[in-house]
Design a protein. Structure first.
Lengths: 458, 233
């Protein structure tokens, strides 16, 4: 949702998703990001078009998240309003990274997940408590990430093996990456209870034909960036017999609070073995990106959600805090810079550093003339820097602290460059997006009429 | 007809190709990747001239590479790099004797409206030490909205009074904070520069011997220049 990582950033998304199975939904979300904390409010209006069960509902939800070097806290709350009932829910997720995960690429994390769900129709809470825990370990060998996950308690026990590899490429005209990942999931279903989006008083329990299923998914994800255009494709196929087992036989139990018993129906669904999505982003103006996306999701055995097709169009708005020079953000930037000094890259001692917020240069006594650079506030899975010290060639930065969270964007990036004392000019970009002035760097006009960031190294 | 076309081609394309062929290999090798053949042909003599004039060719390469990254048309890259080479010549003369980095930073300052005379005066006040930091501070002040002449005056005064590199480098940062709290950049510069000047030794008299005047700026902060024992610590 946040289009661009920055010390202070607002983002908004308005889109629509059409589920082919008779449901049309429109969604919107807005967010604010300040330093390591972020907040998001989103809403969805859903209409079930299949006669005679016409119904509408509105769902409002809010996320609050704070990310530290080794921790992440997420709070989610929501309110569902439908014609027949009202419902609400709250959820708290805490994630803790190991030292290795925080410092390098290999390590483990633990997560605890608590959920409170209430249906206000009867004035009683229907469920509460810790709903599950989650663990993961990652090992990176020769660029290949091998991860294993566990999930337990109320959620379905799941063991997952991930193998993934991403190869970046670049030509004179464009750049991008090609990612390949293989995920094998073995799960013993005990029944997934899913609160219906349309009417929260209905609980849909989805069970597969078999109690234990092994799913193997292969994803190929090319990404290309050319000037203001970024294109992502995620093509996936589900391997083996398990796909048909899962898709062909799905038992649905519908339970209505206050009524005894439940209805059960067995559906024969075919979601196919092939899914994926395509997304194109066009940064048609500074800080404005138009994103179109469509695809086909295969069923998710872990959440019990059925597959669907969808399309969406969204507009992302980012306010680069570096440009709001005459605002109170400076104070926050100073505080952020102080925080950055405390998180010195491994092996580097904070010496005389540039105090431009968000970009810190360390004199770490290296034998060569290079200096360690730490960049804060650029959120992404892959962040590159280009400047006079790289001869304006893009160089990928390494995540300083969040490398172990492979599926979460990092905001703290490190690199080492030959930086002599004096003025340097540079730009950064995240995930193959447009080049921008780094948060905290002084924007200055260059000879080409563009704006670049100024970094002064004492 | 074919003969006429050949003559036209020779007249139009010949000199350009010839210039490219005549450029020293080192100059051609310095051209950044990503340029099309026309731009390479046009920039080769610029780079060759820079080699002959002792200009920092790497700075030209970096400037051209910046244009490639921005994706600007080749003719604009050629124009920008050519003008930058001209500024390098001016900066080299003004900052002489200068290191390549100083020449490059000086050319960037010229591009923001700083005059060559300011560069000359900076060198006069720092004849034996690198001036990359004073030049960087100058660039920062100008980009903060302070007129180049005013920024040049302040930097020269600070250098004259022996301001340290750290004191110079801190100046734009504190001005940034002042601006954020609502003070105009020029007013903040006056206040902050006055604060720094108040901690430095007094202004050297014009009649002082040249050697003593030259030595004064390199004195540590708080140390008198030797001719005025009443300077503030």
């Amino acid at each position: 949702m946040i289009a661009w990582g920055c010390a202070v950033c607002v983002g908004a998304t308005v889109g629509s998703a059409a589920r082919i199975e008779g449901q049309v939904a429109t969604t919107w979300s807005g967010g604010l990001e300040i330093g390591r904390a972020s907040a998001r409010v989103s809403g969805a209006d859903s209409t079930l078009l299949v006669a005679p069960a016409f119904s509408t509902s509105t769902v409002l939800s809010a996320d609050l998240a704070r990310r530290g070097a080794r921790t992440q806290l997420l709070w989610q709350g929501g309110l569902a309003m439908a014609r027949t009932a009202r419902g609400g829910y709250g959820r708290m997720v805490g994630v803790f990274l190991s030292d290795a995960s925080a410092a390098g690429r290999s390590g483990w994390l633990l997560s605890a997940d608590g959920t409170l769900v209430g249906a206000t129709r009867e004035g009683k809470a229907t469920s509460a408590g810790v709903s599950g825990y989650y663990g993961r370990s990652d090992v990176v060998l020769a660029g290949l990430r091998v991860g294993q996950r566990w999930r337990g308690r109320a959620a379905t026990p799941v063991t997952t093996l991930d193998l993934s590899h991403v190869s970046p490429f670049r030509t004179d005209a464009l750049d991008g990456s090609l990612g390949v990942s293989f995920t094998a999931t073995r799960t013993a279903f005990t029944g997934n209870r899913v609160r219906d989006v349309v009417d929260p008083s209905f609980v849909r329990t989805v069970s597969p034909y078999r109690a234990t299923v092994t799913l193997a998914d292969l994803h190929v994800t090319p990404r290309v960036h050319w000037r203001a255009l970024t294109a992502d494709v995620d093509a996936m196929t589900r391997l083996g017999r398990a796909a048909s087992v899962w898709d062909d036989y799905t038992a649905t139990f519908t339970t209505v609070p206050g009524n005894s018993g439940s209805d059960m129906s067995v559906q024969r669904e075919r979601h196919g073995r092939f899914g994926g999505s395509a997304r194109v982003g066009w940064e048609f103006a500074r800080s404005l990106t138009l994103v179109g996306e469509g695809g086909r999701r295969l069923s998710d055995p872990m959440s019990g959600l059925a597959g669907s097709r969808y399309v969406s169009v969204s507009l992302r708005v980012a306010v680069d805090a570096a440009r709001l020079r005459a605002t109170r953000r400076r104070d926050a930037s100073t505080a952020m810079d102080a925080g950055a000094r405390r998180q010195t890259p491994s092996g580097a001692r904070p010496g005389v550093s540039d105090t431009v917020a968000g970009v810190v240069v360390y004199q770490d006594g290296a034998a060569d003339s290079t200096r360690a650079v730490m960049l804060r506030g650029v959120r992404g899975m892959r962040v590159e820097i280009a400047g006079d010290f790289t001869e304006w060639r893009p160089v990928a930065l390494e995540p300083c602290d969040a490398a172990a969270v492979s599926d979460a964007p990092a905001t703290l990036w490190c690199g080492r460059f030959p930086l002599r004392p004096g003025a340097h000019y540079f730009l950064v970009r995240a995930d193959g997006g447009a080049w921008r002035v780094a948060p905290g760097a002084t924007p200055v006009p260059d000879s080409y009429g563009e704006t670049v960031g100024l970094l002064v190294v004492p | 007809m074919r003969v006429v076309a050949g003559i036209v081609a020779a007249l139009v394309g010949g000199p350009m190709a010839l210039r490219a062929q005549q450029a020293p290999p080192s100059a051609v090798a310095a051209l950044p990747p990503g340029l099309d053949s026309a731009a390479r042909a046009a920039l080769a003599p610029v780079f060759a001239r820079a080699v002959q004039q002792g200009l920092p060719v790497m700075a030209l390469r970096v400037k051209a590479a910046e244009g490639v990254l921005h994706g600007v048309p080749s003719d604009r890259i050629v124009g920008v790099v050519t003008r930058f080479a001209e500024r390098l010549v001016v900066a080299k003369a003004a900052l002489a004797p200068a290191q390549p980095d100083e020449v490059s930073d000086g050319a960037n300052a010229l591009g923001l409206g700083v005059s060559a005379s300011v560069l000359r005066d900076i060198r006069k006040r720092r004849p034996a030490t690198p001036v990359t930091i004073p030049l960087a501070v100058l660039v920062q002040l100008v980009t903060q909205g302070i007129p180049a002449s005013r920024a040049g005056d302040i930097v020269l005064r600070l250098l004259e009074r022996g301001a340290s590199t750290q004191q110079l480098a801190e100046l734009p940062k504190v001005i940034d904070r002042d601006v954020a709290s609502g003070v105009s950049a020029e007013r903040a510069l006056d206040l902050r520069a006055a604060n720094v000047l108040a901690t430095l030794g007094p202004r050297p008299l014009p009649a002082l011997p040249t050697a003593a005047a030259a030595a004064a700026p390199s004195m540590p902060v708080g140390v008198s220049n030797g001719n005025h024992s009443g300077g503030r610590p």
